[in-house]
Design a protein around this ligand. Structure first.
Ligand code: NAD
Length: 345
């Protein structure tokens, strides 16, 4: 392999343009050599701006390109698995965006192809690379919060603005045609829980709410998850509101509370005796995408599997699918209702 890892990016939409491509361009050990998007009008200007030698609207033309060492696949999850498997079969390692698939059978096929080809997949659980999240995990592992733990996570994303930003509205609306927010943004959240609890899930109860009739699915998901070790998680994952409530990321235990503020860039441990704060000044997105790419490059050069790899991807999808199943089951739960006799709605 050359000094630099030669990368192709397939899928040049929002996350590739705003994060993956600038991160590759700023990295001392990577070279961006090819770009692909099914919409060729996106790739041509990107290629000339970044001095990329090759651009195409058909990723299959890149499969046999010996000048490509590895590939970042940043396509929607309904097309990502096939492209990922094709590059593995072509002998290239892949960093594929989350969720790795929309159903477990397909996710397991990707893992199977990984095993058969001996190539490797890293999953784009970008935010697990945050040093502050690793600090939180260290506190949990050192029993600083005690046990059992309650994880309180509220994530609100994708502002509803159909007039001001129709491209974004159409993209997110289309994504919701392929699953509730828990399947998409929830992929990261399920990965946080995997990283922080280290315990199997034992029970999931979830409810969904659709705030506007024109949405293809619920856009406000709330779930309670129980873990075999007694930990519990309360999740709110929501898209498409015009204004967001404050998000939350807290871990509560018998010895204290940990508060993680990803935007203000600190994590804090509060007990009766002490308050400890760890700060990381670097911008959250820049930091997470940079470290994700560092680890992708290091993984390509080593014999070890990527972390997060397909097993983390399958764990995350298993949990978010359980949320989806529970939500469906709970749609008509207790349809008799409790009535105070004066309710007008
Ligand atoms: N890790 C993160 O923080 C993060 C953040 C946002 C999105 N994502 C994930 O990244 C993926 C892309 O999201 P996005 O918001 O950039 O979407 P997007 O729709 O803006 O971009 C996807 C691009 O893929 C292209 N594409 C579709 N099919 C293709 C094909 N067969 N071959 C080549 N190109 C094809 C589309 O034309 C589009 O340009 C999704 O899986 C999403 O969940 C991850």
């Amino acid at each position: 392999m050359n000094d630099k890892v030669r990368l192709a990016v397939v899928g040049c939409g929002d996350i590739a343009v705003t994060r993956h491509i600038p991160t590759i361009m700023n990295h001392s050990e990577t070279e961006l050599v090819a770009l692909c998007d099914s919409d060729i009008t996106r790739v041509k200007p990107l290629a000339s701006q970044n001095g990329v030698r090759s651009c195409t609207d058909d990723y299959r033309t890149l499969l046999t390109d010996d000048g490509i060492d590895a590939v970042i696949v940043a396509t929607p999850p309904w097309v990502t698995p096939k492209i990922t498997m094709d590059f593995l079969k072509a002998g290239k390692d892949v960093l594929c965006e989350k969720p790795m698939a929309l159903d477990l059978e397909t996710a397991k096929q990707v893992s199977q192809v990984e095993e058969e080809t001996g190539r490797k997949v890293q999953i784009g659980f970008t935010y697990r690379h945050d040093p502050l999240l690793e600090k939180l995990r260290d506190w949990i592992r050192a029993d600083r919060l005690g046990s059992p733990l309650v994880f309180r996570l509220g994530i609100y994303d994708e502002i509803w603005d159909p007039i001001g930003n129709p491209e974004h509205y159409d993209r997110i609306h289309k994504t919701m045609e392929h699953g509730i927010p828990s399947i998409h943004d929830g992929a990261h959240i399920a990965d946080f829980l995997n990283m922080l609890t280290d315990s199997p899930v034992s029970h999931v109860e979830a409810f969904g709410l659709q705030s506007r009739p024109e949405f293809p699915t619920s856009n406000y998901d709330t779930s309670v998850i129980r873990f075999a070790n007694g930990d519990m998680a309360k999740l709110e994952i929501s898209w498409f509101y015009p204004v967001f409530p404050q998000g939350e990321f807290e871990v509560l235990g018998p010895k204290g509370l940990a508060v993680f503020d990803r935007f203000k860039r600190y994590v804090e441990l509060r007990t009766r005796e002490t308050t400890e704060r760890e700060v990381h000044e670097e911008d959250w997105w820049e930091s997470c995408f940079r470290i994700q790419l560092d680890r992708f490059v290091a993984g390509i050069r080593s014999e070890h599997p990527f972390v997060p790899g397909t097993s983390e991807g399958i764990y995350s999808l298993s949990l978010t699918k359980a949320i989806e199943i529970s939500m469906e089951r709970n749609k008509n739960l207790f349809s008799g209702g409790i009535n105070n006799g004066i309710s007008k709605r």
